[in-house]
Design a protein around this ligand. Structure first.
Ligand code: MG
Length: 381
Protein backbone atom coordinates (compact mmCIF):
# COMPACT_ATOMS: atom_id res chain seq x y z
CA UNK A 1 0.00 0.00 0.00
CA UNK A 2 1.22 3.47 -0.81
CA UNK A 3 2.22 5.72 2.03
CA UNK A 4 0.19 8.94 1.89
CA UNK A 5 2.28 11.97 2.73
CA UNK A 6 1.54 15.53 3.81
CA UNK A 7 4.40 18.02 3.66
CA UNK A 8 4.59 21.12 5.84
CA UNK A 9 7.08 23.44 4.17
CA UNK A 10 6.87 21.94 0.68
CA UNK A 11 8.53 24.88 -1.08
CA UNK A 12 11.67 24.91 1.08
CA UNK A 13 14.79 22.84 0.55
CA UNK A 14 13.64 19.79 2.58
CA UNK A 15 10.16 20.02 1.05
CA UNK A 16 11.39 20.05 -2.55
CA UNK A 17 13.84 17.22 -1.79
CA UNK A 18 10.98 15.21 -0.27
CA UNK A 19 8.92 15.68 -3.43
CA UNK A 20 11.90 14.58 -5.48
CA UNK A 21 12.24 11.40 -3.40
CA UNK A 22 8.49 10.74 -3.74
CA UNK A 23 8.63 11.12 -7.52
CA UNK A 24 11.40 8.50 -7.66
CA UNK A 25 9.22 5.95 -5.88
CA UNK A 26 5.65 6.44 -7.11
CA UNK A 27 4.84 2.82 -6.20
CA UNK A 28 5.55 3.48 -2.55
CA UNK A 29 4.61 7.08 -1.90
CA UNK A 30 1.87 9.53 -2.76
CA UNK A 31 1.70 13.19 -1.74
CA UNK A 32 -1.76 14.20 -0.60
CA UNK A 33 -1.36 17.63 1.03
CA UNK A 34 1.11 20.51 0.87
CA UNK A 35 1.71 23.56 3.02
CA UNK A 36 4.04 26.27 1.79
CA UNK A 37 4.73 29.84 2.78
CA UNK A 38 4.88 32.69 0.30
CA UNK A 39 5.87 30.99 -2.95
CA UNK A 40 2.46 30.70 -4.64
CA UNK A 41 3.87 29.85 -8.04
CA UNK A 42 5.86 26.89 -6.75
CA UNK A 43 3.13 25.43 -4.56
CA UNK A 44 0.62 25.65 -7.42
CA UNK A 45 3.11 23.90 -9.69
CA UNK A 46 3.66 21.20 -7.04
CA UNK A 47 -0.06 20.73 -6.41
CA UNK A 48 -0.74 20.25 -10.12
CA UNK A 49 2.25 17.97 -10.71
CA UNK A 50 1.46 15.68 -7.77
CA UNK A 51 -2.31 15.95 -8.12
CA UNK A 52 -2.68 17.18 -4.54
CA UNK A 53 -6.15 18.06 -3.27
CA UNK A 54 -5.25 20.22 -0.26
CA UNK A 55 -2.76 23.08 -0.01
CA UNK A 56 -2.05 25.87 2.44
CA UNK A 57 -0.26 29.21 2.14
CA UNK A 58 1.01 31.83 4.55
CA UNK A 59 -1.98 34.16 4.35
CA UNK A 60 -5.40 34.74 2.84
CA UNK A 61 -4.23 36.92 -0.02
CA UNK A 62 -1.77 34.29 -1.23
CA UNK A 63 -4.36 31.57 -0.75
CA UNK A 64 -6.75 33.46 -3.04
CA UNK A 65 -4.04 33.79 -5.67
CA UNK A 66 -3.49 30.04 -5.52
CA UNK A 67 -7.25 29.40 -5.59
CA UNK A 68 -7.46 31.03 -9.05
CA UNK A 69 -4.85 28.76 -10.51
CA UNK A 70 -6.03 25.45 -9.10
CA UNK A 71 -8.96 23.29 -10.07
CA UNK A 72 -12.09 23.67 -7.96
CA UNK A 73 -11.72 20.34 -6.17
CA UNK A 74 -8.50 21.49 -4.47
CA UNK A 75 -9.01 22.78 -0.93
CA UNK A 76 -6.96 25.89 -0.21
CA UNK A 77 -6.13 26.88 3.38
CA UNK A 78 -3.93 29.54 4.89
CA UNK A 79 -2.11 30.71 8.00
CA UNK A 80 -1.51 28.87 11.24
CA UNK A 81 -4.81 27.01 10.98
CA UNK A 82 -3.99 26.01 7.44
CA UNK A 83 -0.77 24.39 8.63
CA UNK A 84 -2.67 22.36 11.22
CA UNK A 85 -5.30 21.50 8.62
CA UNK A 86 -2.64 20.04 6.30
CA UNK A 87 -1.01 18.26 9.26
CA UNK A 88 -4.25 16.46 10.12
CA UNK A 89 -5.75 15.64 6.69
CA UNK A 90 -7.61 12.34 7.09
CA UNK A 91 -6.15 10.98 3.84
CA UNK A 92 -2.54 11.38 5.07
CA UNK A 93 -0.75 8.87 7.27
CA UNK A 94 2.74 10.43 7.31
CA UNK A 95 3.53 14.10 7.95
CA UNK A 96 6.86 15.64 7.03
CA UNK A 97 7.34 18.74 9.18
CA UNK A 98 9.84 20.88 7.33
CA UNK A 99 8.69 24.41 8.10
CA UNK A 100 11.33 26.74 9.50
CA UNK A 101 11.11 28.03 13.05
CA UNK A 102 8.84 27.67 16.04
CA UNK A 103 5.66 27.72 13.90
CA UNK A 104 6.32 23.97 13.50
CA UNK A 105 5.29 23.08 17.06
CA UNK A 106 1.49 23.44 16.86
CA UNK A 107 0.93 21.54 13.60
CA UNK A 108 3.33 18.78 14.70
CA UNK A 109 1.32 18.31 17.91
CA UNK A 110 -1.89 18.36 15.89
CA UNK A 111 -0.49 15.64 13.60
CA UNK A 112 0.49 13.53 16.62
CA UNK A 113 -3.00 13.89 18.09
CA UNK A 114 -4.37 12.73 14.74
CA UNK A 115 -2.15 9.65 14.92
CA UNK A 116 0.14 10.49 11.99
CA UNK A 117 3.70 9.25 11.80
CA UNK A 118 6.04 12.23 11.91
CA UNK A 119 9.09 12.78 9.73
CA UNK A 120 10.70 15.56 11.73
CA UNK A 121 12.85 18.13 9.98
CA UNK A 122 11.76 21.12 12.07
CA UNK A 123 14.15 21.09 15.02
CA UNK A 124 12.46 24.00 16.79
CA UNK A 125 9.52 21.69 17.54
CA UNK A 126 11.64 19.64 19.94
CA UNK A 127 13.74 22.58 21.09
CA UNK A 128 10.67 24.44 22.37
CA UNK A 129 8.27 21.64 23.16
CA UNK A 130 10.39 18.49 23.45
CA UNK A 131 8.91 17.42 26.77
CA UNK A 132 5.33 17.77 25.46
CA UNK A 133 5.90 16.40 21.97
CA UNK A 134 7.79 13.26 23.05
CA UNK A 135 5.29 12.55 25.82
CA UNK A 136 2.26 12.92 23.51
CA UNK A 137 3.92 10.80 20.82
CA UNK A 138 4.58 8.05 23.41
CA UNK A 139 0.99 8.17 24.63
CA UNK A 140 -0.42 8.05 21.11
CA UNK A 141 2.10 5.44 19.95
CA UNK A 142 3.19 7.75 17.13
CA UNK A 143 6.73 7.28 15.78
CA UNK A 144 8.86 10.41 15.39
CA UNK A 145 11.43 9.71 12.70
CA UNK A 146 14.31 12.16 12.34
CA UNK A 147 15.02 13.77 8.98
CA UNK A 148 17.82 16.07 10.09
CA UNK A 149 20.96 14.38 8.67
CA UNK A 150 22.75 14.11 12.04
CA UNK A 151 19.77 12.64 13.85
CA UNK A 152 19.03 10.28 11.01
CA UNK A 153 22.65 9.11 11.25
CA UNK A 154 22.35 8.47 15.00
CA UNK A 155 19.00 6.80 14.50
CA UNK A 156 20.51 4.51 11.85
CA UNK A 157 23.49 3.68 14.11
CA UNK A 158 21.10 2.72 16.92
CA UNK A 159 19.14 0.19 14.87
CA UNK A 160 19.27 -3.22 16.51
CA UNK A 161 21.02 -1.77 19.57
CA UNK A 162 17.97 -1.49 21.86
CA UNK A 163 19.73 -3.44 24.62
CA UNK A 164 23.07 -1.68 24.30
CA UNK A 165 22.92 1.76 25.85
CA UNK A 166 24.98 4.41 24.12
CA UNK A 167 27.80 5.91 26.15
CA UNK A 168 27.68 9.10 24.13
CA UNK A 169 26.60 10.45 20.79
CA UNK A 170 28.75 12.67 18.62
CA UNK A 171 27.13 15.21 16.33
CA UNK A 172 29.38 16.25 13.49
CA UNK A 173 29.40 19.88 12.36
CA UNK A 174 30.88 21.43 9.26
CA UNK A 175 31.83 24.52 11.25
CA UNK A 176 29.95 26.75 8.79
CA UNK A 177 31.11 29.48 6.45
CA UNK A 178 33.62 30.99 8.90
CA UNK A 179 35.29 27.91 10.30
CA UNK A 180 38.75 29.07 9.18
CA UNK A 181 38.35 32.65 10.39
CA UNK A 182 39.70 33.85 13.72
CA UNK A 183 37.36 35.31 16.26
CA UNK A 184 38.81 38.74 15.45
CA UNK A 185 38.09 38.39 11.75
CA UNK A 186 34.41 37.73 12.54
CA UNK A 187 33.91 41.40 13.44
CA UNK A 188 34.06 42.32 9.76
CA UNK A 189 32.13 39.54 8.01
CA UNK A 190 29.25 40.33 5.63
CA UNK A 191 25.86 38.70 5.08
CA UNK A 192 27.00 37.47 1.66
CA UNK A 193 30.02 35.73 3.16
CA UNK A 194 27.93 34.15 5.90
CA UNK A 195 25.61 32.67 3.29
CA UNK A 196 28.37 30.61 1.67
CA UNK A 197 28.07 27.23 3.34
CA UNK A 198 31.07 24.96 2.69
CA UNK A 199 29.21 21.68 2.15
CA UNK A 200 25.40 21.89 2.33
CA UNK A 201 23.02 23.91 0.22
CA UNK A 202 20.22 25.14 2.53
CA UNK A 203 17.91 28.06 3.24
CA UNK A 204 19.32 31.40 4.49
CA UNK A 205 18.27 31.01 8.14
CA UNK A 206 19.86 27.57 8.56
CA UNK A 207 23.00 28.70 6.72
CA UNK A 208 23.53 31.60 9.14
CA UNK A 209 22.79 29.23 12.03
CA UNK A 210 25.57 27.01 10.67
CA UNK A 211 28.02 29.90 10.60
CA UNK A 212 27.23 30.75 14.24
CA UNK A 213 26.88 27.04 15.17
CA UNK A 214 23.45 27.76 16.63
CA UNK A 215 22.24 25.12 14.21
CA UNK A 216 24.38 22.57 16.05
CA UNK A 217 23.14 23.91 19.36
CA UNK A 218 19.52 23.38 18.32
CA UNK A 219 20.48 19.91 17.10
CA UNK A 220 22.04 19.08 20.48
CA UNK A 221 18.73 19.93 22.17
CA UNK A 222 16.84 18.00 19.48
CA UNK A 223 19.09 14.95 20.07
CA UNK A 224 18.54 15.20 23.82
CA UNK A 225 14.79 14.69 23.29
CA UNK A 226 14.85 12.28 20.37
CA UNK A 227 17.32 9.86 21.93
CA UNK A 228 16.63 10.56 25.60
CA UNK A 229 20.29 11.44 26.22
CA UNK A 230 21.60 13.78 28.93
CA UNK A 231 23.50 16.79 27.59
CA UNK A 232 26.70 15.54 29.20
CA UNK A 233 26.61 12.58 26.80
CA UNK A 234 26.13 14.66 23.64
CA UNK A 235 29.34 15.90 22.02
CA UNK A 236 30.00 17.94 18.90
CA UNK A 237 32.93 17.49 16.56
CA UNK A 238 33.93 19.70 13.64
CA UNK A 239 34.24 17.61 10.51
CA UNK A 240 35.12 19.54 7.38
CA UNK A 241 33.87 17.27 4.63
CA UNK A 242 30.36 16.46 5.99
CA UNK A 243 30.85 12.79 5.08
CA UNK A 244 30.36 11.31 8.55
CA UNK A 245 26.88 12.49 9.45
CA UNK A 246 27.18 11.60 13.17
CA UNK A 247 28.28 8.76 15.46
CA UNK A 248 27.30 6.69 18.46
CA UNK A 249 29.77 5.34 20.98
CA UNK A 250 28.65 2.27 22.93
CA UNK A 251 29.70 1.06 26.38
CA UNK A 252 32.33 -1.28 24.99
CA UNK A 253 33.92 1.73 23.21
CA UNK A 254 32.79 0.55 19.78
CA UNK A 255 31.79 3.53 17.64
CA UNK A 256 29.19 3.33 14.90
CA UNK A 257 29.09 6.06 12.26
CA UNK A 258 26.84 6.69 9.28
CA UNK A 259 28.57 8.03 6.17
CA UNK A 260 27.62 9.28 2.74
CA UNK A 261 27.88 12.24 0.38
CA UNK A 262 25.90 15.16 1.80
CA UNK A 263 22.46 14.80 0.22
CA UNK A 264 19.28 15.29 2.24
CA UNK A 265 17.34 12.89 0.06
CA UNK A 266 19.07 9.98 1.84
CA UNK A 267 17.77 10.76 5.36
CA UNK A 268 14.41 11.81 3.91
CA UNK A 269 13.92 8.48 2.15
CA UNK A 270 15.11 6.57 5.22
CA UNK A 271 12.45 8.29 7.35
CA UNK A 272 9.72 7.87 4.73
CA UNK A 273 10.26 4.14 4.32
CA UNK A 274 11.66 3.17 7.74
CA UNK A 275 12.53 0.46 8.68
CA UNK A 276 13.17 -0.65 5.09
CA UNK A 277 15.58 0.92 2.62
CA UNK A 278 14.81 1.70 -1.02
CA UNK A 279 17.21 2.37 -3.89
CA UNK A 280 18.22 5.98 -4.42
CA UNK A 281 20.45 7.31 -7.13
CA UNK A 282 22.56 10.01 -5.48
CA UNK A 283 26.29 10.64 -5.76
CA UNK A 284 27.96 7.66 -4.18
CA UNK A 285 30.66 7.86 -1.56
CA UNK A 286 34.15 7.49 -2.98
CA UNK A 287 36.54 7.65 -0.04
CA UNK A 288 39.60 6.93 -2.19
CA UNK A 289 38.85 10.07 -4.19
CA UNK A 290 38.17 12.14 -1.07
CA UNK A 291 41.47 10.89 0.34
CA UNK A 292 41.15 12.13 3.88
CA UNK A 293 38.60 13.25 6.42
CA UNK A 294 39.38 16.23 8.64
CA UNK A 295 38.32 16.77 12.27
CA UNK A 296 38.73 19.56 14.77
CA UNK A 297 37.69 19.99 18.37
CA UNK A 298 34.91 22.49 18.99
CA UNK A 299 36.25 25.59 20.69
CA UNK A 300 33.42 26.97 22.84
CA UNK A 301 35.09 30.39 23.07
CA UNK A 302 35.11 30.56 19.32
CA UNK A 303 31.54 29.27 19.01
CA UNK A 304 29.80 30.96 21.94
CA UNK A 305 26.35 30.38 20.49
CA UNK A 306 26.88 26.65 20.87
CA UNK A 307 27.79 27.14 24.51
CA UNK A 308 24.65 29.23 25.04
CA UNK A 309 22.59 26.43 23.50
CA UNK A 310 24.07 23.78 25.80
CA UNK A 311 23.38 26.02 28.79
CA UNK A 312 19.81 26.72 27.72
CA UNK A 313 19.25 23.02 27.08
CA UNK A 314 20.60 22.05 30.51
CA UNK A 315 18.46 24.71 32.19
CA UNK A 316 15.41 23.49 30.28
CA UNK A 317 11.96 25.01 30.92
CA UNK A 318 11.25 27.94 28.62
CA UNK A 319 14.97 28.75 28.18
CA UNK A 320 15.41 26.77 24.92
CA UNK A 321 12.29 28.46 23.51
CA UNK A 322 13.80 31.84 24.27
CA UNK A 323 17.13 30.78 22.79
CA UNK A 324 15.45 29.78 19.56
CA UNK A 325 12.95 32.63 19.24
CA UNK A 326 15.50 35.36 20.01
CA UNK A 327 17.94 33.74 17.60
CA UNK A 328 15.34 33.79 14.80
CA UNK A 329 14.79 37.52 15.28
CA UNK A 330 18.50 38.31 15.53
CA UNK A 331 19.42 36.26 12.45
CA UNK A 332 16.74 38.13 10.58
CA UNK A 333 18.23 41.44 11.73
CA UNK A 334 21.64 40.29 10.56
CA UNK A 335 20.26 39.23 7.16
CA UNK A 336 18.67 42.69 6.87
CA UNK A 337 22.04 44.23 7.72
CA UNK A 338 20.73 45.88 10.89
CA UNK A 339 23.26 44.22 13.20
CA UNK A 340 26.69 42.65 12.79
CA UNK A 341 27.52 38.96 12.87
CA UNK A 342 28.92 39.05 16.41
CA UNK A 343 25.97 41.15 17.61
CA UNK A 344 23.84 38.03 17.16
CA UNK A 345 25.55 36.22 20.04
CA UNK A 346 25.96 39.30 22.24
CA UNK A 347 22.28 40.15 22.01
CA UNK A 348 21.23 36.55 22.38
CA UNK A 349 23.23 36.20 25.59
CA UNK A 350 21.59 39.34 26.90
CA UNK A 351 18.04 38.12 26.11
CA UNK A 352 18.74 34.79 27.83
CA UNK A 353 20.10 36.67 30.83
CA UNK A 354 16.91 38.68 31.20
CA UNK A 355 14.57 35.71 30.92
CA UNK A 356 12.72 34.45 33.99
CA UNK A 357 12.63 30.74 33.34
CA UNK A 358 9.47 28.69 33.78
CA UNK A 359 10.04 25.02 34.49
CA UNK A 360 8.08 22.26 32.79
CA UNK A 361 5.99 24.79 30.81
CA UNK A 362 2.61 24.09 29.27
CA UNK A 363 2.03 25.09 25.64
CA UNK A 364 0.68 28.53 26.56
CA UNK A 365 3.79 29.33 28.65
CA UNK A 366 5.98 28.25 25.73
CA UNK A 367 4.17 30.57 23.33
CA UNK A 368 4.30 33.37 25.87
CA UNK A 369 8.08 32.90 26.30
CA UNK A 370 8.42 32.81 22.52
CA UNK A 371 6.58 36.13 22.17
CA UNK A 372 8.55 37.69 25.02
CA UNK A 373 11.85 36.65 23.46
CA UNK A 374 10.89 38.02 20.05
CA UNK A 375 9.83 41.38 21.48
CA UNK A 376 12.90 41.63 23.67
CA UNK A 377 15.24 40.73 20.81
CA UNK A 378 13.45 43.09 18.40
CA UNK A 379 13.84 46.00 20.77
CA UNK A 380 17.59 45.52 21.08
CA UNK A 381 19.87 47.96 19.38
MG1 MG B 1 21.55 19.03 10.47
Amino acid sequence: MKKKIAILGSTGSIGTSTLDVVSKHPDHFEVVALAGGYNVELIVEQAIKYNVKAVSLANRELAEKARFQLSSDVKVFYGEEGLSEIATRPEADFVVTAVVGSQGLKPTLAAIEAGKTIGLANKETLVSGGHIVMERARQKGVPILPIDSEHSAIFQCLQGEEHHPARRIVLTASGGAFRDKTRDALKQVSVEEALKHPTWNMGAKVTIDSATMMNKGLEVIEAHWLFDMPFSKIDCLIHYESIIHSMVEFEDSAVMAQLGTPDMRVPILYALHYPQRLPLDVERLDLARIGQLTFKEVDFDRYRMLKLAYQAGETGGTMPTVLNAANEVLVDKFLNKQISFLDIECMLASVLDQHKNIENPELEAIFEADRWARTTASNMI
